[in-house]
Design a protein around this ligand. Structure first.
Ligand code: 5GP
Ligand code: ZN
Length: 113
């Protein structure tokens, strides 16, 4: 499968990994939009959030728990952080393997634009 993030999971493309277990990988975004910008992905290939099935519910929960753990480890949990999953074109999804952005280290704007 010609998927960028599957290649990152398989270590065919290098990344700066901040967390890994048998189901989840988290790595630094190559083009950070905040002092902390981490991508949290499932090792299972799921193209968009519209493709999440009932059987994936635990996996999506693990993504959120991983974001919490990384935010605490990086010392940004107390001040605050933002998690984002973009779905399809209008939201700006460019990589079609679901990923949760973890953004922190600066004050965020709302609405996000
Ligand atoms: P999206 O726009 O799909 O929500 O987010 C995709 C994210 O993947 C972007 O923030 C982009 O900077 C990041 N990205 C794209 N290619 C690579 C890469 O090869 N390595 C890493 N670490 N991040 C990437
Ligand atoms: Zn993939």
């Amino acid at each position: 499968m010609n998927c960028l993030f599957c290649k990152i999971i398989n270590k065919e493309i290098p990344s700066k990994i901040v967390y890994e277990d048998d189901k989840i990988l988290a790595f630094e975004d190559v083009s950070p939009q905040a002092p902390v910008h981490i991508l949290i992905i499932p090792k299972k290939h799921i193209s968009t959030s519209l493709d999440i099935k009932d059987e994936d519910n635990e996996l999506i929960g693990l993504m959120a728990q991983t974001a919490n753990k990384i935010a605490k480890d990086k010392g940004v949990a107390e001040k605050g952080f933002r998690t984002v999953m973009n779905c399809n074109k209008d939201a700006g999804q460019t990589v079609f393997h679901i990923h949760m952005h973890l953004l922190a280290g600066r004050a965020m704007q709302w609405p996000p634009g």
